[in-house]
Design a protein around this ligand. Structure first.
Ligand code: KG4
Length: 342
């Protein structure tokens, strides 16, 4: 069965095809570069771009792969959380296609999509696992017993980790979104040159907070004349600080819940330094630990994870309807299937 996935929760217009027998067939994304000019996402512009781009991307995909529309057996779209207008355009186009082709439609939670994105790897992780979700909109640690069985163990009480990366990057005059650029700058930095607070070392709770480090860096930059090497040192110190926090929180979650599988996903999980250090630090302390990351292309927003989750749910026997709903605010705790009874 081939499922068409559509993801339009923020500023990426994404389309994918997932085959329950052969796996991921196609994964396309159109980034909306216009937002760079404003240093952040402009919601109304984002929805206009989705409106203009989504159908041409879908058509191009079918043409390119020479796949007939009649082979598509279901559609999975992102129903939330996300920007209202952006979600609406994706849902509406998904609905129109499902109506025309007379196929079922299924609304998927974007966060759940991220959590499951490492499942698209050749080597599939096993349940139960701890999910460390580190994206542009979210920072959460979740105990996952099975699909639909989630216990939120911790989350950020202020900015998300991706947002923090982007804001620090902006302070260093790097373009939006600055996560990757900051990380590249950190490669030539030295973290021994700056002293960062280490109070997190003594915390065993699983909540995150990044506003303190943001203010700390803002003040350092305000009071110092900073040359490019200084900025690189600061980027490096920041990145090491973040990695240590993630490593310590993951350690406590894994230990507390007796888990040996850790799935790290979301845009920030694309960070190579973070991947290597998390593996190195955690494997020292947890026997039999297995860490999984998504394919680099599936770390940031994508429709492959949406199509995959749609497939999982349809295969698990969930009843699907010809109906749509969107939930701009849709925390994992409130996730209840079937969606249409919510
Ligand atoms: O998962 P995503 O697309 O956002 C949401 O779904 O909310 O992630 C985007 C975030 C941005 O904040 C971006 O700066 C960050 O991921 N990011 C990175 C890297 N690549 C993307 N942060 C650190 N290092 C990277 N290599």
């Amino acid at each position: 069965m081939i499922i068409l996935g559509i993801e339009t929760s923020c500023d990426d217009t994404c389309v994918a095809l997932y085959d329950t027998k052969f796996g991921l067939i196609a994964n396309k994304k159109y980034n909306q570069p216009i937002h760079q000019v404003f240093g952040g996402v402009l919601p109304n512009l984002s929805s206009i771009y989705h409106l203009n781009k989504l159908i041409p991307i879908i058509n191009k995909l079918f043409l390119l792969l020479n796949i007939k529309k009649k082979y598509i057996k279901a559609i999975a779209y992102t129903a939330g959380p996300g920007l209202y207008n952006s979600l609406f355009i994706g849902a509406y186009i998904a609905y129109s296609i499902s109506y025309t082709l007379n196929i079922p439609i299924i609304g998927v939670n974007h966060l759940e999509g991220h959590i499951f994105s490492p499942m698209l790897n050749k080597k599939k992780p096993k349940f139960p696992f701890i999910s460390l979700l580190i994206s542009g909109g979210n920072t959460q640690i979740i105990d996952v017993k099975n699909i639909g069985n989630y216990k939120i163990l911790g989350y950020s009480i202020d900015d998300s980790i991706g947002e923090t990366y982007d804001k620090i990057a902006k302070m260093l005059n790097l373009d939006y979104p600055g996560g990757k650029k900051l990380s590249n700058l950190a490669k030539v930095g030295n973290n021994k040159k700056l002293i960062f607070p280490k109070s997190f070392l003594y915390e065993t709770n699983l909540k995150f907070s990044f506003s303190g480090i943001k203010t700390y860096i803002f003040n350092i930059l305000k009071n110092k004349k900073n040359n490019s090497q200084y900025k690189a040192n600061l980027a490096k110190s920041f990145e090491e600080y973040i990695i240590n926090i993630l490593s310590i929180k993951s350690f406590h979650a894994l230990k507390k819940y007796g888990r040996v599988n850790l799935l790290v996903s979301g845009g920030v999980s694309a960070n190579k330094n973070l991947r290597n250090k998390l593996k190195k630090q955690l494997k020292k302390y947890i026997n039999k630990l297995k860490i999984y990351f998504p394919n680099k292309k599936l770390c940031t927003d994508n429709a492959a994870m949406i199509a995959y989750l749609g497939a999982l749910r349809i295969n698990s026997g969930e009843k699907v309807y010809k109906n749509i709903k969107i939930f701009p605010k849709w925390p994992l705790e409130k996730l209840k299937y079937p969606l249409y009874n919510n």
